[in-house]
Design a protein around this ligand. Sequence first.
Ligand code: NAD
Length: 316
Amino acid sequence: MTETTDSTNNPQIAFIGLGNMGGPMAKNLLKKGYSVTVFDLSDDAQQQLAAAGATTSTSPKEAAKNAEVVITMLPASKHVKSVYLGDADATELTEEGLLSDLPAGTLVIDSSTIDAAAARTVARIASDKGIDLVDAPVSGGTAGAEAGTLTFIVGGNDSAFNRAEPILKAMGKNIFHAGDNGAGQVAKICNNMLLGILMSGTAEAINLGVQNGLDAGVLSEIMLQSSGRNWTLEVYNPYPGVLENVPSSRGYTGGFMSQHMHKDLHLALQAAKDIGADVPMGAKAAELYDEHIKQHNEKDFSSIMAHFNDSVLTQS
Ligand code: NAD
């Protein structure tokens, strides 16, 4: 049975960016009784949301026409700037930008993972127009997006956070207020740098065992009950056939694309460079993904397993 709640007081939402994450997040808002108008460049993505009860539109501006809340779940900084400011390289608002049409009092939630400086720029321009904006990147993957159990890491002022929190709770379980605008993005890239290191290291260790004659599933279970235990072994094993319903067991499709992990690792390296922090492990993981995306840009990031053993690409 579909879970619904009383929608009488729910604000009208515009949701822009309906990919691997945004699609299921928007569906959860519909299930919780929100009225949602969607936009994505992909007509197919829009139709899937229409089937779930959303209203479709032909542009971000049309989607947001009567919205009190706008949510975006876009690939990277350039897409976020392009939607809100009207140009991928903009540092100020142009007429094409969605912010130029939104009335004061609108709440904007950007859940894309982007660089903190871009998040602060868009927030400053929004604030100049009396619009509340929070950066609210997520952790929890596509499984968390579908189950409505995402972790949201929010940057913004207290009143914007308080307005966003009930809406985020309709899509997630843990909602953290990390600090002012940009703080959500900083926390998120620290997490994803560690995730990139863990995934690369886990793939390296499994391959070492397999090349020494061990079964990948047996080795994974041993490490899970030992000190090498980590999230990738628990719920996102990169070796085909060890876990069901994960990208490695379906040809590395769906999930979190390698190009996004590559982007996040470089966001982390840039943030480190800006303040002179030492990130040798993050730099090594970035180097592996630099090479990996040349052939596997759109495959899930666990396909880094193929860097160590390319036979995994034909095993699932
Ligand atoms: P995706 O590439 O699957 O989806 C992005 C969607 O945005 C696509 O449907 C695309 O058509 C749409 N889009 C691009 N430009 C647009 C525009 N100008 N207007 C409207 N739609 C536009 O990406 P995803 O996996 O859903 O990830 C989205 C964000 O969330 C990224 O920043 C990613 O780093 C982050 N993220 C992803 C995961 C994951 O597991 N996939 C987990 C945490 C965070």
